[in-house]
Design a protein around this ligand. Structure first.
Ligand SMILES: Nc1nc2c(c(=O)[nH]1)N[C@H]1C(S)=C(S)[C@@H](COP(=O)(O)O)O[C@H]1N2
Ligand SMILES: [Mo]
Length: 170
């Protein structure tokens, strides 16, 4: 192979890599999370970046990791979910269902995300130790303090839905 052929191949390989990288970036920026509540909204990476940011340092499987993102409570407030003293009565029977891109789901009670009820922190993370999340977590992961297992740390979150549990409403 002549050095000319080699250079041409290298150039093509680099072009393919750049194209792949750019489409990944575009894909990540197009990613959104649907927050379903009294005033449902859809948030993008840029929207999250512009909201008040919260850092959470956690220990999972003996690893200390600092995640950064937006508190779930902030997102619920923007979706019109009552907060603090106003979160009472029938609203306390509301569940929060978090869903990942693969259909994986974890359920919570609405008070689990309210600082008037708990000191535990919960964020929709988009950064981990200062970097974007890894491919199987990105673009957004639910990160909670006070969990003994990370099973409810839903990766690739696509929606956060506040919904009544009908059976408890009668
Ligand atoms: N979207 C999605 N999130 C998920 C899961 C999943 O299957 N899909 N598994 C959960 C479970 S059971 C655990 S223990 C952790 C595992 O995270 P890891 O694969 O990054 O270790 O992710 C949680 N979040
Ligand atoms: Mo798990």
């Amino acid at each position: 192979m002549s050095s000319h052929d080699f250079l041409a191949k290298m150039r093509r390989a680099i072009a393919v890599l750049v194209a792949l990288f750019c489409s990944l970036v575009v894909y990540a920026q197009a990613a959104t999370v649907r927050v379903v509540g009294p005033r449902s909204l859809t948030v993008s990476m840029a929207d999250l970046a512009a909201m008040p940011r919260t850092q959470v340092t956690t220990m999972v499987r003996n690893q200390r990791i600092t995640y950064e993102g937006v508190s779930i409570r902030e997102l619920l407030t923007r979706a019109g979910v009552p907060v603090g003293e106003a979160l009472r009565g029938r609203d306390l029977a509301n569940a929060v269902l978090v869903t990942g891109a693969d259909g994986y789901q974890a359920a919570f009670g609405v008070a689990e995300f309210d600082p008037a009820f708990t000191d535990r922190l919960a964020i929709l993370a988009d950064r981990k130790d200062g970097n974007p999340l890894t491919a199987n977590e990105a673009p957004f992961q639910l990160v909670l303090t006070g969990e003994k297992r990370p099973a409810r740390w839903v990766r690739q979150v696509v929606s956060i839905e506040v919904r009544p549990l009908e059976a408890t409403r009668k």
